[in-house]
Design a protein. Structure first.
Length: 158
């Protein structure tokens, strides 16, 4: 989904809420107060500009993830999840210098989906699976690293 589509969905949801519910909902108040601009053509996206440090950071993330993946070789599910994350970072690193802000944003859609669905999927057996927690932490770590590429969005894209 595009940034504009996500923002339109948020706006539609907030506008359809009963005013009392909106006042009582901490999430609704936070979304209204901190909502990122409503379109990909906003000044925030217009200011998108990657730096060489961003590419260097992505270059450092890949071997770190490979090291984690090696340590998780005993668990096929965790090994595959980290492999998928490595491929996403590699792809993003490869295309970043040639992409528009909108295209770069679209490229991280799988990460946004993973950050939403992976924790409940991987922790369905409880929080005792330390390896699952480590895998989830890697996904959030990549999200934090990508936050530096979209600094004016304040993590709102995730």
């Amino acid at each position: 989904r595009s940034w504009a589509s996500l923002q339109h969905g948020l706006t539609t949801t907030l506008n359809s809420m009963h005013p009392v519910w909106k006042q009582e909902s901490g999430l609704a108040r936070a979304l209204e107060a901190d909502r990122a601009p409503a379109s990909a053509n906003s000044p925030v996206m217009a200011e998108f500009q990657f730096h060489e440090e961003d590419l260097a950071s992505l270059d450092q993330i890949i071997p770190a993830l490979q090291s984690v993946q090696e340590r998780l070789g005993h668990n096929q599910e965790h090994y595959v999840r980290i492999g998928e994350l490595i491929e996403l970072v590699r792809h993003f690193r490869r295309i970043l210098p040639t992409q528009s802000p909108e295209q770069a944003f679209e490229c991280i859609q799988p990460l946004r989906r993973w950050l939403f669905w992976l924790p409940p999927a991987m922790l369905r057996g409880g929080s005792g699976d330390v390896d699952a927690l480590a895998v989830i932490a890697q996904f959030y770590g990549v999200g934090v690293a990508l936050d530096g590429i979209f600094p004016n969005m304040g993590g709102a894209y995730l």
